[in-house]
Design a protein around this ligand. Structure first.
Ligand SMILES: [Zn+2]
Length: 160
């Protein structure tokens, strides 16, 4: 690992800002680093001492401050508003449609499985909340989500 007084360079090894488990090593003949654990590729910008995640849809950027990385990803208010609106829409609307349908078209009396449509509405809500949590974890690179993802990768790799 680099000493705090050393400038940011391709000759050093740095901790990975994405997974916080592996280390970044320079790729030969490129201005990029690769993590030996999560295998993400980060483009190096030596003058501003930054790395940018290039193999992800979410363009995350970190700045080296001598001993650790600080997030330098610009977050626009419009992007944040749109993300949360889409997440709320995806979680609420499908479950609401199923729930409203169960009230508009109730099951016939004395039929088996009478409350199945309401259970199905709650299952729809739970499934869509799970999908939204997964997408938000990927989008914001939430630390708890990343740790759970890495635990899964470790199990997968140790099973090989
Ligand atoms: Zn990594």
């Amino acid at each position: 690992m680099p000493q705090p007084s050393q400038p940011f360079s391709l000759d050093c090894t740095y901790p990975c800002p994405v997974c916080r488990q592996g280390s970044l090593q320079a790729l030969v003949l490129t201005d990029a680093f690769a993590c030996n654990f999560c295998r993400h590729i980060l483009a190096a910008e030596l003058e501003p001492q930054r790395v940018k995640l290039v193999d992800s849809l979410h363009p995350a950027t970190w700045r080296w401050v001598g001993d650790r990385w600080l997030s330098a990803t610009p977050k626009s208010a419009e992007e944040s508003w749109l993300t949360w609106f889409a997440a709320t829409f995806l979680a609420i609307v499908p479950a609401s449609i199923v729930g409203i349908a169960s009230y508009l078209f109730p099951p016939l009396p004395n039929q088996p499985g009478g409350s199945f449509s309401q259970v199905w509405a709650w299952l729809t809500l739970a499934a869509h909340l799970g999908i939204v949590a997964w997408l938000l974890g990927e989008h914001y690179q939430v630390l708890l989500y990343l740790r759970a993802k890495l635990r899964g990768l470790r199990r997968q790799w140790s099973g090989l």
